[in-house]
Ligand binder design. Structure first.
Ligand code: NAI
Length: 432
């Protein structure tokens, strides 16, 4: 059976360990904090127990998954346990893994390490440098980082070609997407191994270049940041912006509801990281409303209050938003209506259509810019946004359906009105 060492037993590490163990892999889970692995395993046991209650898993499968899961206190112990799994496998004392038979890459590259520790470059670097000396040269070291550079994490290693990114989404057992990231030095076989492993674990794998936010965390910035700008410019309220995006755009959750769910601090940290790495481009500027809420400790659902308050039977808006002047020039108004018409929007209100156009244009343009910069293929960008964020359509397919010239006209009109180049259209939308 292939083996994986998961470093970090928090939200993501425990989720990834659960995925691997239920897919028949030997798993060693290690964490530096006292009690963390025990909490991680208890969480996995509880999650799997719920699946048994719902009839989605048998008692035997639960016992087998937990039986494949071991814990370690130090990287040294963990590396020893992984080596033990490997040798049992080589000696044929372990079951054969059907997925590894189907994929020679899984055999050639193991063991796999996935680190899901705190999002700090020096901590991740230290872990990989240390593990490199403890594991065989065939090991692949994958980072689950959301916003750091995979190449930067691999810097200073003896063999950076073994390092890749495997970016899972929260909650890992439920979210179907994994972004597999090739750093500057990543070996092709290590990247293939990451892709095959994700598939063997029942996930859809997309390939992304090692660029800020990869695909999902970059393209999704438009959803949050444009909504925040609309709020800050007093164009509308939290409630209305959420409602417009759900009703007119068919998004499952509004941008403010989503930020409350993810955690305003987590969301702000990703925005800030992408903004810094994108040379502080205006379209990624973190919003002061969000910064202030985080400073006040209003982090969303987890603290009982964020953009909404969660102390009543249903969430109530907790950030004052005024419906001010839309300040649309005739040109912008024409472009907004053309965009909304082409997107099949029936609602004819100026404010609703402006909100819809601004937020959706930000996403479509970011998807097209990511494509233009070679972050991923068109198909992978669309797949990633549908599976990683539950968007109703992939941004590129959506843009082509609306019409690239219509999207381009809306972006140019918005860019003229904003005056800070934040809607500068991608080449896909350039005027013919
Ligand atoms: P978490 O805070 O729930 O867990 C982190 C764990 O790492 C803790 O248990 C901590 O004790 C442990 N740790 C810290 N330093 C360590 C070390 N030197 N050695 C071993 N263990 C160590 O964090 P979470 O949310 O699970 O995030 C982990 C990583 O996954 C981060 O890089 C994050 O950016 C990334 N990520 C997080 C997502 C999320 O929604 N939470 C989604 C996708 C990626």
């Amino acid at each position: 059976m292939p083996a994986v060492l998961v470093i970090g037993a928090g939200t993501m590490g425990a989720g990834i360990a659960q995925v691997a163990a239920t897919c028949g892999w030997d798993v060693v889970l290690q964490d530096a904090a006292t009690g963390a692995v025990e909490r991680g395993v208890a969480g996995i046991r509880a999650q799997l127990g719920r699946l048994v209650e719902k009839g989605k898993m048998t008692d035997e499968a639960l016992a087998a998954a937990l039986g494949r899961l071991r814990t370690a206190g130090t990287p040294e112990d963990a590396a020893g346990m992984i080596a033990d799994s490997q040798s049992r496998r080589t000696e044929g004392r372990s079951e054969t893994c059907p997925t590894s038979e189907a994929c020679p890459a899984l055999e050639a590259c193991s063991p796999l390490v996935i680190e899901a520790v705190v999002e700090r470059l020096e901590v991740k670097r230290d872990i990989f440098r240390r593990l490199e000396t403890l594991l065989p040269g065939s090991a692949v070291l994958a980072t689950n980082t959301s916003s750091l550079s995979v190449s930067a994490i691999a810097e200073g290693m003896r063999d950076p070609s073994r390092v890749i990114g495997m970016h899972f989404f929260n909650p890992a057992p439920l979210m179907p997407l994994v972004e597999v990231i090739a750093g500057q030095a990543s070996a092709t076989e290590a990247v293939t191994f990451g892709m095959e492993t994700a598939r063997a674990w029942g996930k859809t794998a997309v390939r992304a270049k090692d660029t800020p936010g990869f695909i999902v965390n970059r393209v999704a910035r438009g959803y949050y940041l444009e909504a925040l700008r609309l709020l800050g410019e007093e164009i509308s309220t939290v409630e209305k912006i959420d409602r417009v995006m759900k009703e007119l755009g068919a998004f499952r959750m509004g941008p403010f509801e989503l930020m409350d769910l993810v955690g305003l601090d987590v969301n702000l940290a990703v925005s800030t990281s992408v903004w810094e790495q994108m040379n502080r481009h205006a379209r990624f500027t973190p919003h002061e409303i969000q910064r202030n809420l985080v400073a006040e400790g209003r982090l969303g659902r987890k603290t009982g209050c964020g953009f909404y308050a969660y102390d009543g039977p249903s969430p109530t808006p907790a950030v004052p938003g005024r419906k001010g002047d839309l300040a649309m020039t005739a040109d912008l108004r024409r472009a907004v209506h053309a965009f909304a018409d082409a997107a099949g929007v029936e609602d004819r209100h100026d404010a609703c259509r402006l909100i819809f156009t601004r937020v959706l244009c930000a996403i479509l343009n970011e998807g097209a810019l990511a494509l233009e910069e070679g972050v991923a293929s068109e198909a992978d960008i669309d797949t990633a946004m549908k599976l990683g964020t539950n968007y109703p359509h992939g941004p590129l397919k959506w843009a082509r359906r609306i019409g690239v010239s219509v999207v381009g006209d809306a972006l140019r009109a918005l860019n003229t009105a904003a005056g800070d180049d934040r809607y500068r259209p991608a080449k896909l939308f350039a005027a013919l």
